[in-house]
Design a protein around this ligand. Sequence first.
Ligand code: 1HE
Length: 264
Amino acid sequence: MKDPLAAIELPASLKIELRGNTLLVGINRPDKRNAINDELVLGLEKIFSHIPEEANCAIIYGVGKHFSAGLDLSELEEKDAVQGIRHSRMWHRALDQVQFGAVPVIAVLHGAVVGGGLELAAACHIRVAESTAYYALPEGQRGIFVGGGASVRLPKLIGIARMTDMMLTGRVYRAEEGERIGLTQYEVAEGRGMNKAEELAEKIGGNTGMTNYALMHILPRIVDAPQDQGLMMESLTAAIAQNAPEAKQRLRDFLDGKAKKVGE
Ligand code: 1HE
């Protein structure tokens, strides 16, 4: 059988595997605590713009003891303003591809999830944290600013005050606090993150394509829209979704007692 991943050429710092219908994407630079260099950013962009048809969900995880130590600081050579903008825009392109690609993405977080690593996590749709995970934005202390989309994505998760505090003071949030403040949706024991993510991927893969598409591509736009436009977009989405034969069948199954009840 043809390997659907064969065409995606990647640096050794990234590894991918199709497990059932889930694409596993590993950040694989454990010696450098999975610091993200340009090659790795471009590799992520490539993966998420070539999601194989067989995949209906993706999981991003870090190899070794950490998810990611963020931007590879050794590559932060002298850049003028335009080069700096281009570099940040490269991150934006790659992480937009993660957020607005073909399939929902789950991040499995453990150890350091800092700087650009946190920005990557924030671009995913669901975050599962192991108890070892911790979060920080050391950019403030390093005299730089976030450049991978955190100023747009993080306040939506934890609020502008918490992000400001993290950058002004170097505050570190632990795993359990991360779940409390809405940074992550699940907290599990050390080593259990992948199991939990695979369990969630199975559920996500069982949804209709329209449901997953609407949650990935329409909901964030509704949230960013003025209220009257957002409400209209919601009505249009609801009408399109409920009109699909697959949705009608699911509703019929429930009314006939053939579908699971809530919580089953
Ligand atoms: C790195 C990086 C990195 C480790 N760039 N090389 N991010 C930061 O400011 C976080 C910086 N890293 C750390 O604070 C620590 O490394 C950790 C707390 C994550 C882990 O500590 P530890 O004791 O396990 O590892 P270590 O001994 O600090 O690092 C091991 C090696 O990884 C070492 O290299 P070696 O050649 O001496 O073995 C480190 O130099 C290397 N390493 N982190 C480059 N980040 C889109 S803009 C985003 C802006 C940002 O992300 S700024 C935040 C950057």
